[in-house]
Ligand binder design. Structure first.
Ligand SMILES: [Zn+2]
Ligand SMILES: [Zn+2]
Length: 245
């Protein structure tokens, strides 16, 4: 599989950066995971929109889906000009919050399916397994497989006991690292800390761990250092870098 990190920041991008967005490819299958602020522009540098096999949104916070509102205009105007085959792009997202889910509908550009806990999905050469996580809105982690290698992605989540068994032994673990331990103000925070991400990676014995969903005010050094206490090889996602898994 090939993974391109299109954006790694949340809940807003650093100057010149983008919010959450990952392109996962296997042969001609190209699936966009998340479409936050700045992702659609970056996507077009590596994948023409008529080559997208599908789109998955872990949850409906704007830092994960705001550029869907723009991507749909692109699909619609390509359709209107006869530049692409007028078929809807499969889009998978949580059904809640309902008002956000309903905003995804636009003409006939997407074929939208709600994600549910334990759902399995196949898009071309890639398969997906979803696990509901812990976040202020319904949010799903996912394990992506090409039948040989596996990538686990947490989406946005607080720490919970389901994560370690869900991501066990994966080849790449992409962890929400939205907080440092010093900023974990209580048990109900919406993100993992770098410390927790390292603990999960270590317990689950993942092959590699990528830290993502970085708050722009942190230095990358302090985020990596905190995760490395428990998982020494932790590394920060690099925008527009291709990773072969
Ligand atoms: Zn987020
Ligand atoms: Zn969120």
């Amino acid at each position: 599989m090939k993974l391109t990190v299109l954006g790694k920041y949340g809940p807003f991008p650093a100057a010149g950066g983008a919010c959450s967005g990952y392109l996962v490819e296997k042969e001609n299958t190209k699936v966009l995971i998340e479409c936050g602020s700045g992702v659609f522009s970056r996507l077009q540098q590596v994948c023409p929109i008529n080559e997208l096999s599908g789109i998955i949104l872990s949850h409906l916070h704007s830092d994960h889906m705001s550029d869907i509102m723009i991507l749909r205009y692109a699909l619609d105007s390509w359709n209107a000009r006869g530049l692409r085959e007028d078929v809807p792009v499969p889009l998978y997202a949580p059904g809640n919050p309902v008002e956000e889910y309903n905003r995804l509908y636009y003409k006939n550009v997407f074929q939208i399916t709600p994600i549910h806990d334990g759902m399995q999905l196949k898009i071309g050469e890639l398969s997906f397994l979803f696990q509901e996580m812990t976040h202020p809105v319904q949010s799903f982690g996912m394990v992506i497989s090409d039948g040989i290698k596996r990538i686990a992605y947490t989406g946005d989540t607080n720490y919970n006991d389901k994560i370690v068994p869900f991501v066990r032994d994966v080849n790449l673990f992409i962890a929400d690292t939205g907080l440092l331990y010093k900023d974990k103000t209580g048990p109900g925070v919406p993100h993992l800390t770098a410390l927790e991400a390292g603990i999960i990676a270590s317990k689950a014995e993942v092959e590699k761990m990528m830290l993502s969903h970085i708050w722009p005010g942190y230095t990358e050094e302090e985020v990596v250092k905190e995760a490395a206490v428990n998982y020494p090889d932790a590394f920060i996602a690099r925008e527009m870098e291709e990773y072969i898994i």
